[in-house]
Design a protein around this ligand. Structure first.
Ligand code: FAD
Length: 509
């Protein structure tokens, strides 16, 4: 090994590999790191992963990426949230928006006032006080102006993009900053007999790549973290048992709505992700309750336009690697674990993995304490996501298929049960240490799936119903007015310089 940690080898050129390469080349540009990324065109990438969370904007911003240029290059659309159909009951629908409901009143959460009004005399749906929900429903979008105390600006947004184009975009970015790309198939790894660290990887053509630190972005196979180091995997199928997916892009003939859709099915759920040039579709399912053929048929028979490729089958086991950082290997992406894409969290977990690695980046030697800290933080991030995903399955009144009956009987982890109990008693969202989803996200899903609190926060007791009614009405009107003056997403993309040239069709206002 050389003095210090200077030679970094990233194995894999999917979204995880190129995001890692881009971030390390930018963040450590003055350290003179020797960064090599190995990927195999013959193996290819997983080829899915199009919907994101708002945090990705901060990742791109930290790299100094120009938003319109990135959107044009990746055929991206804006995303204000996710629409969930048929989850609580057949026929239900709600949007999980990226943003708050209303505005706090005297420092108290807005939804508590809404709960009191609702309990006293009924109230409009909470969505009537959410700018991102109303804008999404009407196909409208503009970037917020940064004034987070203002209705029409207190929301976040994410992207829906072509993951292959995003990886290509970041490849150009990384190569311009000195990352060396090596094409080839890694055959195996050489372990240092003293430390047990990986000393080098050997490629099928006989070449070797040595490094001080390896980042395993090799996808589900976990070539270094699992096949070489046998780190182990915690299987979470008992909570998230969906284990297969079939994905197919189709021609976009629908409107260009700024949200992803997740529709519950009898043995899983189906996604729809509108990009500028096409629509991404997929069906995630539990193979115990539906055959592959039937799952594929359910998907292809509900496409909005002609399919643009053969349906692609994917197999997975939900869970997480027992250690994300083991010896001199850090795994990021699918090699670190997989939780189904219901809330678009995988790319976010990649981003968390990268930012945590940058924070704890080893200078002179691999310190087990850094690895311990990394493992602790990433473990919590995975657990929080698991609980939030599971909430969608267990907060259901559906009993029309074996899968839904299974979830109604399931005992959930204590961390999730505590959260549900606190909500049901007084509309309180227990705060987690770590975890990407903040209270408005939990409120959206719990209310959207018909978990209604019995009481409200006692502190809103001192406000009269008339006072609450007046305050809420003002916010409702202000929200509606803010949406009225928002352009359609198609118009905004054109004006913003983010339209790719594909003819964009606006959603019906
Ligand atoms: C059904 C499904 C839907 C998804 N939807 C979303 C979504 O909407 N949003 C989201 O955030 N995430 C989603 N994900 C997750 C997302 O696809 C991944 O997190 C993301 O694509 C990162 O994948 P990766 O880079 O880890 O792996 P991969 O894309 O599999 O890349 C692995 C890389 O390793 C290389 N490699 C492997 N073995 C070798 C070898 N022996 N030698 C050389 N190179 C090798 C491959 O060539 C490839 O470049 C979804 C996943 C699935 C399965």
């Amino acid at each position: 090994m050389t003095a210090g940690i200077t030679r970094i080898c990233i194995l894999g050129g999917g979204t995880a590999g190129w995001m890692t390469a881009a971030a390390l080349s930018r963040k450590f540009k003055n350290l003179g790191l020797d960064l090599t990324l190995i990927e195999s065109d013959q193996i290819g990438t997983v080829g899915v992963g199009e919907a994101t969370l708002p945090h990705i904007r901060f990742f791109n911003q930290a790299l100094g990426i120009d938003e319109p240029a990135f959107m044009k290059a990746t055929e991206a659309t804006f995303k204000l949230g996710i629409e969930f159909c048929d989850w609580g009951k057949l026929g239900d629908r709600y949007i999980h928006p990226f943003g708050d409901y209303g505005l706090p009143i005297d420092g108290l959460d807005f939804h508590q006032f809404w709960l009191k009004l609702r309990q006293a005399e009924g109230a409009d749906r909470l969505d009537a006080y959410s700018y991102p929900v109303l804008a999404a429903e009407r196909g409208r979008f503009k970037v917020p102006d940064g004034n987070i105390d203002q209705i029409g600006s207190n929301f976040g947004y994410a992207y829906q993009f072509d993951a292959g184009l995003y990886a290509g975009f970041l490849r150009t970015y990384s190569e311009e900053r000195g990352v060396k790309r090596q094409e080839g198939k890694v055959a195996d790894a050489e372990l240092d007999p003293n430390s047990g660290h990986i000393a080098a990887v050997r490629l099928e053509d006989g070449s070797r790549v040595e490094a001080d630190l390896f980042v395993d972005c090799s996808g589900f196979r976990g070539l270094l973290i699992e096949q070489a180091l046998e780190t182990g995997y915690d299987d979470w199928s008992e909570w998230l048992p969906c284990n297969r997916a079939v994905a197919v892009p189709c021609e976009a003939n629908g409107e260009l709505v700024p949200y992803t859709r997740a529709t519950a099915r009898k043995a899983g759920w189906q996604w729809r992700i509108p990009l500028q040039h096409r629509t991404g579709n997929g069906h995630v399912y539990w193979s115990e309750f539906i055959s592959d053929d039937e799952a594929a048929h359910q998907l292809t028979s509900t496409l909005e336009g002609p399919a643009l490729a053969e349906p692609k089958k994917l197999f997975f086991k939900t869970g997480r690697r027992r250690k994300f950082w083991n010896r001199n290997v850090v795994c990021i992406g699918l090699s670190a674990g997989f939780l189904e894409p219901l809330e678009s969290t995988s790319i976010h977990l990649i981003q968390e993995g990268i930012t945590t690695l940058v924070e704890l980046f080893p200078k002179d030697r691999i310190d087990p304490l850094d690895a311990e800290e990394y493992n602790e933080r990433m473990g919590l991030n995975f657990e929080r996501v698991r609980d939030f995903l599971l909430l969608h399955y267990v907060a259901t009144q559906r009993d029309d298929s074996a899968m839904w009956r299974h979830f109604r009987e399931l005992t959930v982890p204590d961390s999730l049960q505590e959260k549900i109990d606190a909500w049901l008693t007084r509309g309180y969202v227990l705060k987690y240490e770590f975890g990407v989803f903040l209270p408005p996200s939990w409120i959206a899903v719990m209310l959207g799936q018909n978990l209604t609190p019995a009481h409200h926060d006692p502190r809103v007791g001192r406000y009269s119903i008339e006072d609450i009614r007046d305050r809420l009405e003002r916010i409702r009107q202000e929200t509606a007015r803010a949406v009225d003056v928002t352009p359609t997403q198609a118009a905004f993309l054109q004006r913003y310089g983010a339209a790719s040239g594909t003819s964009l069709r606006a959603a019906q206002p």
